[in-house]
Unconditional design. Structure first.
Length: 552
């Protein structure tokens, strides 16, 4: 137990040291703390409102009373389904964004001779004492008072179920991370696994819609929702959220059985994490020989400095599973909006705008993904403008080709290619999507020189360098909001057309306006980014060196 308490104290000692070292880390932590307090207050307010609801309502005389707080009622179904999706999302988000966290990575303690089980238990407890876990626990505790109408027993069991749910979330998340970092060793395997995780994340986002609607219909299907909740209540994802209802309505046997499901889940997750820890300690990676033919991208890119930068970037992208998401997300956006379109093709076309918005997210921190590869450029005296032009060439080509192919596919899939008006409207959305991508790319060439944050190593895409969580949670917002602000000229023209009353007939004017807006911001961002890179080259190299030390 002494080792476990030491690990908990070590976690918070490292957190305090990080906050003292970096102002940005402190700002990010304060923002996270404000969000946490808001989440707890929101849960308490929602619990108070739900607790005022009557057990039954009868909307119309010819309709049977619809159960709200009773067994299989609205509250029961909603809580179990939301809790199920929340548990799944916690694991996936932890895997995609936070990783195992090098601050308390098991491999950091390999030299101290701590038994595997004791070390794993200590890391689990230290994770449960973090800000996200504490926020989740207090939010669920506050939510327990939503059950006061159905009895004190339900409130008491909900208070007990709150830590059970948090422990389950943490256990499942740690097992996912341990399996991903231990069993998947090849770069190609990691890339495929990353894509699978993104697919699961998108499915989790769509789960509420799919679970409560029968056969994909747009109308709410109570029978489908109740059935989904009953199934989810017997899984580790939703069992903890069903416990208050079992207690309230006297289902003691079911309550104990669901607690058994949770305990079994903890045991399996703990055993799996311990096995992964032992396997990683005792197994050394086998060396692999990679054969290449020709010069690859260096053979057909322009014979110039910027061309060499483009070739190097393309070579990195082909081998980098961390950035695989940018090539998959546009397709997912199309699929998501297709499921929600209900026959309205313009709903699908707008996926191009969201796709363009997200295409350059990785490039907004592109130098950190490049790592120490930039050092050779600085030593060789490469101009910042040449570096920026080389990077823009690759991402701009990806955006143009990708969005154009998607636009053609949408036009044929929806049948809009046969309708001139709808095709022209789709072309306008394509132009806005491309302009969004260009504005984001132009801004990325600036932010990647100023707002850098550490990223995982290429061979461990699901790990997390120390301090990455807070920085990554704050800096990308600069890109996301800034790229939309750069579209302001297009928005002003659209507003003017709407005020004049000719937006429905002259909307096609937005096509050249949007493209000019995007290209202009891209050129400006490339030039400013080059100037910033020249001015901050040595500082950036030093920062990237410090990032590299966090990845080991």
């Amino acid at each position: 137990m002494t080792a476990v308490l030491t690990l908990v104290r070590l976690r918070w000692a490292l957190t305090r040291a990080t906050l003292k070292k970096s102002v940005w880390q402190t700002v990010g932590y304060v923002i996270a703390l404000v969000i946490a307090i808001g989440t707890i207050i929101g849960a308490a307010a929602a619990a108070w409102g739900v607790g005022l609801l009557p057990p039954f309502v009868q909307p119309k005389p010819d309709i049977a009373p619809f159960n709200i707080l009773g067994p299989s009622g609205i509250l029961n179904v909603a809580v179990v389904l939301v809790g199920t999706v929340l548990t799944l999302m916690v694991g996936l988000v932890q895997l995609m964004l936070l990783g195992e966290g090098s601050t308390m990575s098991p491999r950091k303690f390999a030299l101290y001779g701590i038994p595997d089980r004791k070390l794993q238990f200590g890391l689990l407890i230290s994770g449960l004492t973090g800000l996200p876990a504490i926020t989740g626990l207090l939010s669920l505790v506050a939510w327990a008072f939503a059950y006061r109408t159905i009895g004190a027993c339900a409130v008491i069991v909900a208070l007990v179920a709150a830590p059970l749910a948090v422990i389950t979330m943490m256990s499942l998340a740690k097992l996912l991370i341990a399996l991903s970092t231990t069993l998947i060793t090849s770069s190609r395997g990691k890339g495929v696994f990353y894509i699978v995780v993104i697919v699961l994340f998108v499915a989790a986002c769509q789960a509420p819609n799919l679970l409560i609607n029968g056969s994909g219909a747009s109308a709410f299907d109570p029978a489908a929702a109740v059935l989904s909740a009953k199934v989810a209540a017997w899984t580790p994802l939703g069992a903890a959220f069903q416990l208050p209802f079992d207690a309230a309505f006297g289902h003691v046997g079911l309550l104990l059985a669901r607690i058994g499901v949770l305990v079994l889940t903890w045991v399996v997750c703990f055993a799996g994490c311990t096995w992964c820890l032992r396997h990683e300690r005792l197994t050394t990676g086998a060396s692999r020989t990679v054969k290449t033919k020709g010069l690859g991208a260096f053979g057909w890119m322009p014979d110039s400095v910027s061309g060499a930068v483009s070739a190097r970037l393309l070579t990195y992208l082909k081998r980098d599973p961390r950035q695989a998401m940018i090539f998959v997300m546009p397709v997912f956006f199309v699929i998501i909006f297709s499921l929600q379109s209900h026959g309205e093709s313009m709903m699908i076309w707008q996926a191009l705008i969201w796709s363009g918005w997200m295409l350059a997210v990785a490039e907004s921190n592109g130098l950190a993904y490049d790592g120490q590869g930039l050092t050779m450029e600085v030593i060789a005296g490469v101009r910042g403008l040449d570096d920026r032009k080389g990077r823009v060439r690759v991402y701009a080509a990806i955006a143009i080709i990708y969005l154009t192919v998607l636009a053609v596919a949408i036009a044929f899939a929806t049948g809009d290619w046969a309708d001139a008006d709808r095709l022209l409207l789709g072309l306008m959305i394509w132009a806005i999507g491309l302009a969004t991508a260009f504005c984001g790319l132009g801004l990325s060439e600036i932010t990647s020189c100023v707002f850098l944050y550490p990223v995982p190593a290429m061979d461990k895409p699901f790990s997390s360098p120390q301090g990455r969580a807070m920085a990554q949670g704050f800096f990308p917002f600069i890109y996301l909001f800034g790229s939309l602000l750069l579209l302001l000229p297009t928005g002003v023209v659209a507003i003017i057309l709407a005020l004049v009353g000719v937006i429905t007939s002259l909307y096609w004017v937005l096509i050249p306006v949007a493209l000019a807006n995007g290209v202009g911001m891209l050129v400006l961002g490339t030039w400013l980014g080059g100037k910033l890179l020249d001015a901050r080259a040595l500082s950036i190299v030093n920062t990237l060196d410090s990032f590299a030390s966090l990845q080991h």
